[in-house]
Write a protein that binds this ligand. Structure first.
Ligand code: G6P
Length: 369
């Protein structure tokens, strides 16, 4: 009903707007008064347990898998432990290298996804310790895990996941800090600095949400294009996958995401004047490389929508449209950069008259293998 949607036209939009609160809740449950990670009581993993671990394997499906990709990046970077990420339906059948020295992390909003659950059972049989990042309290994945890290997203109704994704990201950052500390891989100063930037994210996300009218106007102009690519480097490539998934899920537009450096090995052949390319260029370290990738697609007359951190206005010379996110650490940009992509998918689907909260052929939770 309209009341349940809190005045929004769709649950998806309501959930997009709930993200600052959901992130704050997830942080406050897992940080103490001194700004140290103090994981909720359902995570029992100790320093002794952690000392036995020589690698981490993250497994999930769909949007949760995309959160896992960012997880790998940030855990490896901060905690200096090898991390693998896999899609649950692939992991299960490849006889993976998992043993009692593996920490297996399952990410699942519903906690009921059949492939994720079976992958987790397989890891358990092989002796891994299983930690799950779950939204639904008491779900099967949660019940069968050794440790449960609950995202505080609240109920997510729309099939296309938004606030579950951003809170899963927050869990990845908190775990990365927690492991970095146990592994003595981070200085006290870097740690404090990272936590401060993480705590500042919700306020910045509120600023990003103010772009909604501009993104709506853009969507109303471009909704009838039939090919939309998403490119990026580093964590931007992971966000590109998520942005592309959002668009295809609810607007049925043919969309594809690719690491920008890989474009020239095939995908660039598909560029045409009516093609839209969302170019994520939020990584300071990779900005110049990204600008050359943008020039490559611009030379094929694609329509470029760029996303950059505030201040990097030189990108305007190479783009048809530019959106800026508030400045933050390169590692933390996914929490901000995904939001314009969620809004774009939403407004394109709306302009096309699609059933946004319940797209055709999709289910909120896939309990078949
Ligand atoms: C379905 C949903 C997706 C979700 C995926 C994994 O495909 O439509 O939005 O990302 O399942 O779901 P989970 O509940 O395990 O996160």
């Amino acid at each position: 009903s309209a009341a349940e949607k809190g005045g929004y036209d769709h649950f998806m939009l309501k959930e997009i707007y709930e993200q600052p609160t959901a992130i704050r809740e997830t942080l406050s449950r897992n940080l103490d008064d001194n700004g140290r990670v103090h994981l909720q009581e359902t995570v029992q993993l100790t320093k002794e347990d952690f000392e036995k671990i020589n690698k981490i394997v993250i497994v999930a499906c769909g949007t949760a898998y995309h959160a896992g990709l960012v997880g790998r990046y940030v855990i490896e970077k901060l905690a200096r432990i090898p991390v693998e990420v896999d899609i649950a339906s692939e992991f299960r059948y490849r006889d993976p290298f998992v043993d009692e020295h593996t920490l297996f992390i399952a990410i699942s909003q519903s906690g009921e996804t059949a492939d994720t659950l079976e992958a987790m059972r397989e890891a358990k049989r092989k002796g891994a310790r299983v930690l799950s990042v779950v939204n639904v309290v008491g779900s099967t994945v949660a019940r069968e895990s050794d440790d449960v890290f609950y995202t505080q997203a609240g109920p997510e109704i729309a099939v296309a996941s938004t606030k579950a994704y951003t809170t899963q990201l927050v869990c990845m950052y908190l775990l990365a800090l927690f492991f970095a500390d146990l592994n003595v891989a981070i200085s006290a100063e870097e740690y404090d600095n990272f936590v401060q930037d993480l705590e500042a994210i919700s306020g910045k996300l509120e600023d990003v949400l103010k772009m909604a009218p501009e993104i709506e106007a853009l969507a109303n102009r471009l909704y009838d294009r039939d090919q939309v690519f998403y490119i990026g480097r580093g964590v931007d490539s992971s966000v590109a996958y998520e942005g592309s998934l959002k668009l295809k899920e609810i607007s049925y537009i043919n969309s594809f995401a690719i690491a920008a450096g890989e474009l020239k090995h095939g995908t660039i052949a598909l560029m045409e004047p009516r093609t839209i390319v969302w170019a994520l260029a939020t990584q300071e370290r990779l900005f110049d490389k990204m600008v050359s990738n943008i020039q490559e697609v611009k030379a094929r007359n694609a329509h470029i929508i760029s996303l950059a951190q505030e201040g990097n206005s030189e990108i305007e010379a190479h783009s048809d449209e530019v959106f800026y996110i508030p400045r933050t650490k390169d590692e933390l940009t996914p929490l901000l950069s995904v939001v314009p992509l969620q809004l774009y998918a939403y407004y394109v689907a709306k302009a096309k008259g699609c059933e946004i909260d319940k797209p055709r052929n999709l289910a909120k939770s896939v309990t078949v293998e």
